[in-house]
Design a protein around this ligand. Structure first.
Ligand code: AMP
Length: 512
């Protein structure tokens, strides 16, 4: 029987010369470090053997909150290899958030940093997690110490295609995060489609400058290079100067729009710097048309914009090969091969070209549902099995898809999602606060900047700066409002709903 373990698929595409360089670090302790394909194979075997030695129940969740490092990527490969379920967590998450994820996912293993070990292990052990390891940026920590005693050969666990490979948490508008369950088939099929559609070829070199706790950096970028046997130039931190310095050696770059904006601010960005580049890809948030055209003028390259989400991995893409069509700025291109996409109104009727409605999708890349949330899962799928993305968009007569908004008021800042309801929950819990509304307004660098409008309880006064300081100790920095306005009341419609559109309008020039 065929083993559908994603690791097996990735491993099959390692190049014949296992001593060739798979990853070269461009920053971080000890850089440059060189990892061969054999290193990736052996190091992931050791960690997979360590996981097996722990006698975990099958398909245990392995939660990981570490800084970006090659070892963290190897850990991901090892979890796949051992047949467990990888659960990456944003490095910015604080105790209240981690407590929720651990309670919901019940990981058997948690990998954290030495810096966070004390508070993370307290939460994890209290919730029944049996093993907490550390993994630091400088390749120290108990995970690698323990793995060093393991054999460097390992037979990948047998997996059916629909078995779970990873859980990605995406916050919900109600404030509760939902774990998107992705199978080996979801991940493998999408990676194969992208390999073909983006024309990955011999000699490609990827600059990997994205975080690896998110669909973009972990799946789209890493799988792309691994499945093509391509070298990665690995940046743990995003630094436009460092990216620019390595561009002449690279052929493929993937970034969120903010990264492109920051690169454009560098004087050295020109045609010469991009002379070997084949493909610039953007996604995770809307790419402004100015960025698209500025990039064309400065570099001679047309950015390829694509669209996807944690629940589905990639859904649409502008063409790579000119034979498939031109890359159109402001659009996210066509549904990828194998992806069904339809645009429907609230009554469930299909809409013709040019009309705006809710985007629904299906295909081998679409997740099975939310972890331990059957009700939520049911709500998000139609009766005939299509996933309601929550994005609002349209398709033009040529078939190009454009995203016009988000039905759920999601804020995307610097490529990260912020769900207003979650931040509002933390603000509303503060003494003296009656209610609050969190919105996103245009921001030249981050796409959107988070802003809070807060109403004090009668007779109380509030200090916006103190609210920001308090939030910083509780939630990830990217979710903390850049500005807090204290107002006597929030605008409401006749149904009693807060009119966030009015607030957005009122503050839209804030960061201009
Ligand atoms: P995440 O699950 O964090 O990847 O966030 C997914 C959401 O990001 C999608 O539902 C979209 O709202 C948004 N998104 C992703 N790519 C694009 C894009 N190219 N243009 C506009 N929005 C995008």
């Amino acid at each position: 029987m065929l083993n559908h373990n994603l690791f097996v698929t990735l491993r099959q595409h390692f190049p014949a010369d296992l001593d060739a360089c798979a990853i070269e670090t461009a920053d971080g302790p000890g850089a440059p470090l060189y990892y061969s394909w054999r290193d990736l194979d052996r190091a992931s075997a050791r960690i997979a053997n360590l996981l097996e030695s722990l006698d975990l129940p099958p398909a245990s969740r392995v939660a990981v909150q570490t800084e970006k490092s090659v070892e963290a990527l190897i850990l991901y490969l090892a979890v796949l290899r051992a047949g467990h379920v990888y659960l990456p967590l944003n490095t910015a998450y604080q105790a209240a958030e981690i407590e929720y994820f651990i309670g919901n996912a019940e990981p058997a293993v948690f990998v954290t940093t030495q810096k966070n070990f004390t508070w993370v292990s307290r939460i994890a052990f209290a919730a029944g997690t049996t093993h907490v390891f550390t993994l630091n940026e400088d390749r120290t920590g108990t995970l690698l110490d323990r793995a060093a005693f393991q054999a460097d050969e390992h037979t990948p666990a047998f997996k059916e295609s629909d078995e779970l490979a990873a859980i990605l948490y995406t916050s919900g508008t109600t404030g509760r995060s939902k774990g998107a369950m992705l199978s080996h088939r979801n991940l493998a099929s999408n990676a194969q489609v992208l390999k073909h559609y983006w024309r990955w070829q011999a000699g490609d070199v990827l600059i990997h400058a994205l975080p690896i706790f998110h669909v973009h950096g972990l799946f789209v970028a890493s799988h792309g290079a691994l499945l093509n046997g391509s070298k990665m130039i690995w940046l743990a931190k995003y630094d436009p100067k460092a990216v620019l310095a390595r561009l002449p050696e690279a052929t493929v770059f993937m970034g969120v729009p903010t990264l492109y904006v920051r690169l454009l601010a560098e004087n050295g960005l020109d045609r010469a710097a991009c002379r070997n580049m084949r493909l610039f890809i953007s996604g995770s948030a809307p790419l402004l048309i100015e960025t698209f055209t500025d990039w064309q003028q400065r570099t001679g390259h047309t950015i390829l914009e694509r669209y996807g989400m944690s629940e589905t991995i990639m859904l649409t893409s502008n063409p790579c090969d000119p034979a498939d069509g031109e890359r159109r700025g402001g659009t996210v291109g066509f549904p990828l091969p194998g992806v069904g996409l339809r645009i429907r109104d609230d009554a469930g009727q299909d809409l013709p070209a040019g009309e705006i409605g809710g985007i629904q999708v299906h295909g081998p890349n679409v997740f099975a549902g939310y972890w331990r949330m059957p009700e939520k899962t049911k709500e998000e799928f139609t009766d005939d099995g299509w996933f309601k993305t929550g994005d609002v968009g349209q398709r033009d007569a040529d078939g190009y898809v454009t995203i016009v908004g988000r039905s759920k008021d999601l804020i995307i800042t610097g490529g990260y999602n912020v769900y207003p309801a979650e931040v509002e929950g933390f603000i509303n819990d503060m003494p003296g606060v009656a209610e609050s509304a969190v919105i996103g307004v245009p921001h030249p660098d981050f796409g959107e900047g988070v802003v809070a409008v807060v109403v004090p309880k009668a007779g109380m006064s509030l200090d916006g700066v103190a609210i920001v300081a308090e939030l910083k100790s509780k939630i990830a920095n990217f979710k903390v409002p850049k500005q807090v306005f204290v107002v006597p009341e929030l605008p409401r419609n006749t149904m009693g709903k807060v009119q966030k559109n009015l607030l957005r309008e009122q503050h839209r020039g804030l960061f201009a």
